[in-house]
Design a protein around this ligand. Structure first.
Ligand code: GLC
Length: 552
């Protein structure tokens, strides 16, 4: 099976399934749910970090790359999970954070203690004369990107939290350590790697001030050409040795051009890329911590550009609406209140008929929603807590800030998955580390399996992808680009073609497709309102999505 045939499921380990009652999900919990995951129909599970970490950023800064954190389980639990996975046809993708380590990592601690070898593992600089800090760069989680290195006159770079110290990839020893880490997990039978913010590993030797404009600043350390060299080297020295392995790079503020480079098979870098531009269409003037309507035309344009940009140039997209850093897309671009099921299936339909590898974020397959937290003490996420302080400093009233957090916080998707209607949604017998959503008695896996419409919809979408070459590899050609309510496109293969129409809103509409689609032998393939005949004028219900096919 090629990576083009696969569908990947993301489990936020900490919130997936707790088997020992400590309120945190664990590896045994993943093993326990393998039959469920098999039922969804997915091929691989991407597990968010379960390694030793002080957890300031929930595990996205490792204190040890080749161990498990005891609260998540032991190495034996992991081996068992992989072995059991095999029986269910499920492989595993690990989340590796190679741009930075935790400041608790032995390397950083040795560096602090004065060990020169390990000091060269990090990016340490003095402030030039006349400046307080080495550069004026901002950390992505707020504040300066530099923090004092012990009691020296040096500073270490931390593009994220101050407990996440950026590694010095210019040092060949660091690159060899990274390859060693990947090989360690390959030996355990891991068949996939998701590389956290991997396109910011290539910092220049000389770091310079930005103009203060955040977009210009990001260009100073993002997508530098040398990232390609580092990825090729890592590929050669580790995962490239096993053709079965799938890799995906999380690409922060990347471009289509760079992403073709990262994912083109001839370059021997990665299998595919995550990009995020489509999830910024509800930012006001590029500011995440704002509340504004999403821009539908922009959303379509971005997805189309990436479909065509990568599709026509040998790159490969990772397709996704949700992940652990994003609020639920049903709330964002759908209508979670009045049309939860239909918006969930509509969004799934649009994504799963595209070219690329679909990722399903846990709970998406049952239409989980944002929990609508109203109190600050319900939030755990460091980025959200920092955002509160920043917005408060800017003078925003408390209620307004809470409103913004409720729509943008990463905790929206990090809440435990809702398994059933029992206490804490069946996630744990203890106290969950993050509160579950109040709606779990109505929205949960058990209920969805009995009578829901979203779960079977996902199953069918996955099945269709497996059956039809055109869904996997057909050309993507958009239609109705300027239509303010409809998302439509063709997928074209040599002997088969599929056309998809989706009403992205809650008002019904009639769509005259005669100018765009020639008549002839189109038959109904799949849709969230059931079978309909092909017609020159399509009547689309609220959040309806429908596809027709024809053989050539
Ligand atoms: C990635 C992760 C995110 C984390 C950040 C820093 O964006 O997905 O959760 O906070 O990297 O590691």
């Amino acid at each position: 099976m090629s990576f083009k045939d696969k569908v990947i499921y993301q489990a936020y380990t900490k919130s997936f399934n707790d088997t020992d009652g400590n309120g945190l999900g664990d590896l045994k919990g993943v093993t326990e749910k393998l039959p469920y995951l098999e039922k969804v129909g997915i091929d691989m599970v991407w597990l968010n970090p379960f390694y030793p970490s002080p957890q300031n950023d929930n595990g996205h800064h490792l204190a040890d790359y080749t161990a498990t954190y005891p609260t998540y389980g032991t190495m034996e639990d992991l081996e068992e999970m992989i072995a059991e996975g095999e029986k269910h046809g499920i492989q595993f993708m690990l989340d590796l954070v190679l741009n930075h380590t935790s400041t608790d990592h032995e390397w950083f601690q040795k560096a602090l203690a004065g060990d020169k070898k390990y000091q060269d593992y990090y990016i340490l600089r003095e402030a030039p004369e006349g400046q307080e800090l080495p550069t004026n760069w901002e950390s992505k989680f707020g504040g300066s990107a530099w923090n004092q290195f012990g009691d020296t006159n040096k500073y270490y770079l931390c593009l994220y939290d101050k407990t996440q110290a950026d590694l010095n990839w210019r040092n060949p020893e660091v690159r060899e350590e990274a390859a060693k880490v990947v090989r360690f997990w390959m030996d355990k039978g891991v068949k996939g790697f998701r590389f956290d913010v991997i396109n910011v590993i290539g910092k220049d030797e000389e770091l310079v001030n930005s103009t203060g404009n955040i977009e210009q600043e990001k260009r100073l350390y993002t997508d530098k050409p040398i990232v390609h060299d580092y990825l090729q080297e890592l590929n050669r020295n580790s995962f490239g040795q096993d053709p079965e392995i799938i890799t995906v790079g999380e690409m922060s503020s990347t471009t289509i051009e760079s992403s073709i480079g990262y994912s083109h098979p001839d370059n021997d870098e990665l299998t595919m890329v995550f990009s995020f531009h489509h999830l910024k269409v509800d930012y006001e003037d590029g500011e995440k911590w704002s509340k504004t309507d999403f821009d539908f035309l922009e959303l379509k344009k971005i997805m189309n550009d990436w479909q065509i940009g990568l599709g026509e140039n040998g790159g490969w997209n990772a397709l996704f609406w949700n992940n652990h850093d994003q609020p639920r897309v049903v709330n964002r671009f759908g209508d979670a209140e009045n049309y939860r099921e239909k918006s969930a299936t509509n969004q799934a339909h649009i994504l799963h008929f595209m070219q690329g590898t679909p990722y399903i974020y846990m709970g998406e397959e049952i239409g989980m929603t944002d929990p609508g937290f109203t109190e600050m003490d319900q939030y755990v996420d460091i980025e959200s807590i920092n955002a509160y302080k920043n917005l408060e400093d800017k003078g925003l009233p408390h209620d307004e800030i809470m409103d913004i957090l409720a729509s943008k916080s990463r905790d929206n998707s990090r809440i435990p998955i809702q398994w059933n209607a029992e206490a804490h949604a069946g996630f744990t017998d203890g106290e969950p580390w993050l509160q579950v959503a109040d709606n779990y008695p109505e929205i949960n896996v058990e209920k969805e399996l009995e009578s829901g419409e979203i779960f079977p919809y996902y199953q069918k979408l996955i099945q269709l992808r497996k059956e039809r070459e055109v869904i996997r590899t057909g050309r993507y050609v958009p239609m109705f680009l300027e239509h303010e309510q409809v998302w439509a496109y063709r997928r074209i293969a040599e002997d088969e073609e599929i056309i998809t129409f989706a009403n992205f809103y809650g008002e019904p509409l009639s769509l005259d497709i005669s100018q765009e689609v020639e008549e002839g032998h189109w038959t109904y393939l799949f849709g969230n309102y059931g079978n309909k005949d092909f017609n020159k004028v399509l009547e689309l219900e609220p959040y309806e999505a429908i596809s027709f096919e024809r053989k050539k």
